[in-house]
Design a protein around this ligand. Sequence first.
Ligand SMILES: *Cc1c(COP(=O)(O)O)cnc(C)c1O
Length: 498
Amino acid sequence: MTPIHAQRTAALEIPANRFREIGHRLVDRIAEFLDSLPDQKVSPGMSPETVRAALGFKKPLPLNGSDPDQLLQETFDLMVQHSLFNGHPGFWGYITSSAAPIGALADLLAASINPNLGGWALSPMATEIEAQTVRWIAEMIGYPVDCGGTLVSGGNLANMTAFWTARRAMAPWDVRSQGLGPDRPRLRAYASTETHTWIEKAADLSGMGTGAVRWIQTDEAQRIDLNALRTQVEADRRAGDFPFLVVGTAGTVSTGAIDPLPALAEICEAEHLWFHVDGAYGAFAAALPEAPEAIAGLRQADSVALDPHKWLYAPLEAGCVLVREKKALRDTFVFHPPYYPEEDQDPDAPIFYHEYGLQNSRGFRALKVWLALRQAGLNGYRQMIADDVDLARELFEAVTAHPDLEAFTQNLSITTFRYHPPGWGATSSEGSEEINALNQKILEVLQERGQVYLSQAMVDGKFCLRACVVNFRTSAAHMRALPDLVAEAGRELADRID
Ligand SMILES: *Cc1c(COP(=O)(O)O)cnc(C)c1O
């Protein structure tokens, strides 16, 4: 084979030696940035006006091009000066992890080869790496490794993919071609009131309407009430509806509560319902040798949603859905247009990922997850996850011991608490509005100061500060400093109110 060498002049081309030069400069600056994270403010605390002005938001589309080196330098400054840094050791807001540096390099490599993981022929090694990543994620949490699975953009899409799979698998008619209609029984899904809002999007966008979701009350520990669930399923069946799905959450979004998954599995088995586990946040805790039975119960689920961009510390975006029966996943999404080759039914045949989900063309998001799994290994991950949980527990204990703070919950790596000095609305509901408002203000002040970043949760109508430790850079010293930072801010604000 004689290579054809000819050079075309194109506005986007960057010759190799120039690429090397620009790339090295960028990598140097990124390394410096990562090193400087502990000294930065977590959040820039800027108004949208300031950010837009820095960008020059209303500038028109450039007619002519610019030098790529200059562009990257400028963009680096724009980003570093106007971003919230979830890689900061003091970032515990929402369930967003700090990102593994190998993920940044993986994305560079993935974008350089640019495989399209819609079809095997367009991405031979990349498709096999994704399939191995799915296998390893299943293995990590003790789920069958021969399950179906695919990487998606995040927890929402992972959960919705499972929802659509359950709908097709459980509906007693061909719901893909016939849809839903007034002459069909109403499909019903069951989930606790603590369930993440993805389920509303799923019910709405699959044409069932959000009214199809039965919100089941929770117990005092924010877990689904099993009796209420049984009663509702029974009542719906009597009314002629068709219950099809129960969702259990492994780590709820506000307090990290874990539904009693083994008991839910039992109910689903007895009642012929699809059992899905939303483990977007907590499922990876099932990798711990000491994982509680409640969470290990996800191994009995028909499907599980997980978020590698949470507890696997992958840079955004990476979600993952696992479906026990591989065929059920494919049967939900496959069509056979004449312009695509058909997948072989042999279980060892290569996977065409466009048949396993919503996307057609797909990027190589698996690479950053696969490389991180290899860099840390199962043991490395067990250590990081267990350390995050320990830090949340230490915080809970420190808050409990602090005279001016009140601890509420600690599940997995989420701790909720509030500033509540002695004497404030201690006896009656008097002061409860005030104490909520004061804690809201504390949250804002801490975010502005930028040493730490917390988010919020409502626990029994009480506004709480919430620390989610999904951060391999956080140390015990960071955690120990937090109670006094909160108490100081609280005292200053309370003095101002008085
Ligand atoms: C984060 C989260 C989601 C949503 O996941 P995204 O990755 O943000 O789409 C769903 N459920 C739970 C329990 C979560 O923690």
